[in-house]
Ligand binder design. Structure first.
Ligand code: PLP
Length: 402
């Protein structure tokens, strides 16, 4: 009873203030440790969502907490007018971890801002104004990012503010060939679409895009905001295809929970910008850059990229077994590393699943209408992972009435 009263009180207080653009889950989270979160009433839940893939090294990893407290006591924010060492360290780290050609970085506070920066950059470099993107893609929610988003539900309400997009089906080389022309500044693509339903861009497709863009004088942007830093079993998802884009965006897991994202580019593209072309009050924020350095250090020291690859294979096997046993409930599994999707047959059951799982002590995400998207912390203890997965799959097995 106490649990209900507390939740109801919180809901009542918030109802008068929150802009109702998100339907909240009925739970108030007050603490996170590793892959578990605790609600206002002390109930522990296993978290398979990791803050939309952000808490890459788990909630409140001791190394991250230590970095944040030390850095907060030293210097939290200045402006990009001044040199700061955490930002420089981060640029050097990312230079080391990405393909040789990607040498230049700029840090912002969110993925959508990284995409905005990338779009401005390719316009500057090519003098062209058109973009091509893929069906079901997700690139953020600001007006620039909405220009290239491939999901009607996000674009439609703001159509009046947007130009006509050129959106082509993912993995269709001919469509890309036809869409990229002398006005195309860039083709933007996620090597694996996250929010769009865990859809994999084939290696041959990305290689073909590289060639087409090169031939037609357009640039290639990889949006790795969701797939960077071990999420897909490689440090960057671009490694699955061996393709180096002209611009790479990254975010989410980068800060382990604090708001930092960025975009990287080549010397050739960087040489086209002028002073003042881009900026931002929080660009290169010291606290978040310090956090990102620690996140990357932990990912490397704890071997989380390989772990992601190995656990991903096991999850895919588990999903495939489930599909074989319950062919009417689930039809397909796809993903890489710890970004895995299971396609459910019944959209109504899929919509009800997060709430049903919450009641059983698990936070799980459903995207694109009927795809369970697993993107837990890269260091989730196996016991928690398999227990939570069993809970979710048991619910799916029970069918729509569960
Ligand atoms: C591929 C991709 N690009 C851009 C974004 C936008 O990032 P943010 O929500 O941090 O603005 C997201 C967020 O889900 C994403 O997955």
């Amino acid at each position: 009873m106490a649990e209900k009263t507390t939740l109801t009180q919180t809901q009542a207080r918030e109802a008068a203030h929150f802009l109702p653009v998100v339907k909240r889950m009925p739970v108030v989270l007050v603490q996170g440790r590793g892959s578990r979160v605790t609600d206002q009433d002390g109930r522990e839940l296993i978290d398979l969502t990791a803050g939309w893939g952000v808490n890459a090294i788990g909630h409140c990893h001791p190394a991250l907490v230590e970095t944040l407290s030390n850095q907060a006591a030293q210097l939290i924010q200045t402006t990009n007018l001044f040199y700061t060492l955490p930002q420089l360290d981060l640029m050097e780290r990312l230079d080391r971890l990405t393909p040789e050609a990607l040498t230049r970085s700029f840090f912002v506070s969110s993925g959508t801002e990284a995409v905005e920066g990338a779009l401005k950059l390719v316009h500057r470099a090519t003098g062209r104004s058109q973009f091509v993107s893929t069906d079901l893609s997700f690139h953020g929610r600001t007006l620039g990012a909405l220009k290239v988003i491939g999901q009607e539900k996000h674009r439609a309400p703001f159509e009046a503010l947007l130009p006509t997009p050129s959106i082509v089906p993912l993995n269709d080389i001919q469509a890309a060939e036809a869409a990229i022309d002398e006005n195309t500044a860039a083709f933007i693509v996620e090597p694996i679409q996250g929010e769009g339903g865990v859809n994999i861009a084939q290696a041959e497709y990305l290689q073909a895009l590289r060639e087409i863009c090169h031939r037609k004088g357009a640039l290639l942007i990889f949006d790795e905001i969701q797939t960077c830093l071990g999420r897909t079993g490689k440090m960057f998802a671009l490694e699955h295809s061996g393709v180096t884009p002209d611009v790479l965006t990254l975010g989410k897991g980068l800060g382990g929970g604090v708001p930092i994202a960025g975009f990287m580019t080549t010397e050739a593209v960087a040489s086209t910008v002028s002073l003042g072309d881009h900026g931002g009050t929080y660009a290169g924020n010291v606290l978040t850059c310090a956090a990102a350095n620690t996140v990357i250090r932990v990912i490397e020291e704890e071997g989380l990229v390989d772990r992601s690859a190995k656990l991903g294979e096991k999850i895919a096997q588990r999903f495939n077994t489930f599909i074989a046993e319950h062919p009417t409930q689930a039809t397909e599994t796809r993903g890489a590393g710890l970004l895995q999707g299971l396609v459910l047959s019944d959209a109504e059951q899929a919509a009800a699943l997060p709430q049903a799982a919450l009641e059983k002590g698990v936070l799980v995400n459903v995207t694109a209408g009927n795809v369970i998207r697993l993107f837990p912390a890269l260091n989730i203890p196996e016991e928690d992972l398999w227990n939570a997965l069993d809970t979710v799959l048991d619910l799916v097995a029970k069918g729509p009435s569960a």
